[in-house]
Write a new protein. Sequence first.
Length: 149
Amino acid sequence: MKKSLTVVGILALLFATWPAAPAQTKSTRFDPSGAYWISGEPPADFSDFSAINVNMRQLRRLPTSGMELNDGTRLRFKTVVVKQSSFTFTTATVKGVYYTFSGKFLKGGVLAETWQGDEEPVLEGTLTKFEAGTKVADAKLKFIYFGGT
């Protein structure tokens, strides 16, 4: 009996003095959902460009993910990779035209929660336009964020 109490006492002492495990930090969630507009004047070859729309959680208040042109044409993403360090897509072809993009986000976290209405670029990369399968334009661009209403 005395031995079992001693063992229990030693174990209790060990657990009481054992350093606590460091708190686990939840990795910061990345959600870039919103619209991205070209910062400044668009190049002439992209004067028809309106926005890149990202809707990670398929929210009703945001447009469907894809690209939008000024005439209202929407080009859904045919392929897309959305990571903070790598954002790439190829749109579906509409009227013989499709676009590709390769870039990265300049900010992390949940952009809708941190957006202050500023016009600081949060996305940069190369937008390329194809007509009938032939590259007709490309430009290295920066984009500002709009989180929706």
